[in-house]
Write a protein that binds this ligand. Structure first.
Ligand code: AMP
Length: 248
């Protein structure tokens, strides 16, 4: 079984993003970039399935600028077997990503695609679902547990008020939630080994996908600044203030 894991290069989750002065987006110049955290979880899950003898190959793919190579090398250092960079300097919306992934999944004959549930830059939470629709494959989203059982896969999903377990047929699309696993760190020897693993470079034209954006960003703004709080002398004053504010 082959597993495809799409990994996105995003602003590192520790970075406090700044909105550009002209309000057209966020400033990513000289900002630390890393693999989307949900994608690290997806890579980890794919590796665990391989280590348990359920998969033969784990292929990482990233769509974006040349520097996405670094993200792919991280996936290779974690243990992925090979990588594909679909290089473009254009903005790639989730639908275009899903269309490219659909072509790769088909070309590579992958039985399972494990994505992150969402990319933390745009918070779209769309790509996995669109990929499932485009390929006609069943989907298990927000997975907190994945168990392979023959030609089927049991997915435990985090839903409001509890957990839901579903069974879907392979080939399938799964999206990883936070509690699925704790991703491993790449060891130094594995980082060195990753440099020699195959990384194919492709262009968007190779997949014949039109990247023309379907939506236009009208404005991006900072969250409103929080108003300063006040100190109260005692509980009685707190209750009085809450009543006056209509909070109780
Ligand atoms: P999104 O729908 O944008 O929130 O992204 C969901 C998931 O799709 C991510 O966690 C990645 O696994 C995958 N993905 C989105 N954009 C890209 C990209 N440019 N390259 C590779 N994978 C991507």
């Amino acid at each position: 079984m082959k597993i495809l894991v799409p990994v996105k290069r995003v602003v590192d989750y520790n970075v406090k993003v700044r909105v550009k002065a002209d309000g057209t987006g966020v400033d990513i110049a000289n900002v630390k970039m890393s693999m989307n955290p949900f994608d690290e979880i997806a890579v980890e899950e794919a590796l665990r399935l391989k280590e348990a003898g359920n998969a033969d190959e784990v292929i990482a793919v990233s769509i974006g600028v040349q520097q996405c190579q670094e993200t792919l090398r991280t996936a290779l250092a974690m243990g992925a077997d090979r990588a594909i960079l679909v290089k473009t300097d254009e903005v790639v919306e989730p639908l275009a990503v899903a269309k490219i992934l659909a072509k790769i999944a088909d070309e590579e004959g992958t039985d399972l695609v494990i994505l992150g549930k969402q990319a933390i830059d745009d918070d779209s939470n769309q790509t996995g679902q669109m990929l499932a629709a485009l390929t006609g494959r069943p989907q298990g989203t927000f997975a907190s547990e994945v168990v392979l059982e023959g030609g089927k896969i049991a997915i435990t999903r985090e839903v409001d008020g509890g957990l839901e377990t579903i069974s879907i047929n392979l080939p399938a699309v799964v999206t990883a939630d936070l509690r699925l696993n704790e991703p491993r760190y790449a060891s130094l020897p594995n980082i060195m080994k990753a440099k020699r693993k195959p990384l194919d470079e492709k262009s968007v034209e190779d997949y014949g996908v039109d990247l023309t954006p379907r939506h236009k960003i009208l404005a991006v703004s900072e969250p409103a600044a929080r108003e300063a709080g006040v100190k109260v002398a005692d509980v009685a004053e707190l209750v009085e203030k809450l009543k006056a504010a209509g909070a109780i």
